[in-house]
Design a protein around this ligand. Structure first.
Ligand SMILES: C[S@@+](CC[C@H](N)C(=O)[O-])C[C@H]1O[C@@H](n2cnc3c(N)ncnc32)[C@H](O)[C@@H]1O
Length: 267
């Protein structure tokens, strides 16, 4: 991490300026309501005056049993600030502190705030999504954030999905509010998270078989996998044979692969 992150000149990409509606936040958050007790939530792309993420957690601070709520603004031409709700002995205190820089989520001071948080919940700029997720993974944070579904096929995000480090949430917001109050519609937006979601534990009934139907499942030239177009066509009996080291074997098991050892080779 370079130390000159504070020097990023704040430049808002107008395509990133659309705000999440509180109804969409509530629809998704209801699946995680027991997850936030005693935790510090950080909304790091959120102006508390405009953000319904801030509004939602401020309103339901006690319902969630939060310990702390923090938001940082991102500003082009005026000082950015941090707003906190802190549970103290005398109740809940609201504290506003100016930031030194522009509130870029990559800046050293925002990274310091991130380090002190447990869960990040927001809708980050879509144009910086890969960088944004990499940072959350790097600092080992829990998160629930909005992003476009297209990013699933980009190399970095695909790897995180494959390695079970991130998955999609429960709902798909369709409408966002633009700065002039108009609605921007999206058909390809969802939530990405590493929090436990009910869908993740639902059994997927599989009815297709691979053996004898190999021609229906072409293999990729550049990746050790078969192509399946629809979830309903995932075969129940597809296996691959692989020579792996002991560490790789442990990793595969940790990722949830069902492993059968055919032969142990020692050198
Ligand atoms: C898609 S909007 C969502 C805003 C808010 N989280 C919400 O959902 O209502 C993304 C926000 O991130 C802010 N942003 C853009 N670049 C940023 C950066 N480098 N660091 C922090 N915030 C940034 C934008 O100004 C924008 O308001």
């Amino acid at each position: 991490m370079s130390s000159n992150k504070n020097l990023h000149k704040a430049k808002k990409n107008q395509n990133d300026e659309h705000y999440t509606r509180i109804t969409d936040i509530e629809k998704e958050l209801k699946w995680y309501k027991d997850h936030f007790k005693g935790k510090a939530v950080y909304c790091n792309c959120d102006d508390p005056e405009k953000s319904d993420f801030w509004k939602h957690f401020e309103m339901d601070f006690d319902f969630y049993g939060l310990d702390r709520l923090v938001a940082t603004t991102y500003e082009e031409d005026k000082p950015a600030y941090k707003l906190e709700l802190i549970r103290g002995e005398d109740g809940i205190e609201k504290v506003k502190t100016p930031l030194k820089g522009n509130g870029d989520f990559r800046s050293d001071e925002c990274i310091e705030i991130l380090k002190g948080a447990d869960v990040v919940v927001t809708n980050p700029p879509f144009s910086l999504f890969r960088e944004y997720i990499s940072q959350l993974i790097e600092y080992g944070k829990e998160f629930l954030v909005i992003g476009t579904l297209n990013v699933r096929t980009c190399k970095e995000i695909f790897k995180l999905i494959k390695d079970n480090k991130i998955w999609v949430g429960e709902t798909y917001p369709k409408e966002f509010v633009q700065p002039d109050g108009s609605i921007k519609k999206f058909g390809n937006v969802g939530w990405y998270t590493n929090l436990p979601t009910p869908k993740r534990y639902e059994e997927l009934p599989l009815g297709r078989v691979y053996k004898g139907n190999e021609d229906k499942y072409p293999k990729y030239d550049n990746y050790d996998a078969i192509n399946v177009d629809k979830v309903v066509d995932i075969p129940m009996d597809y296996t691959m044979e692989k020579v792996v080291t002991k560490t790789e074997l442990e990793n595969l098991k940790r990722q949830g692969y069902i492993v059968e050892i055919i032969e142990e080779i020692y050198d």
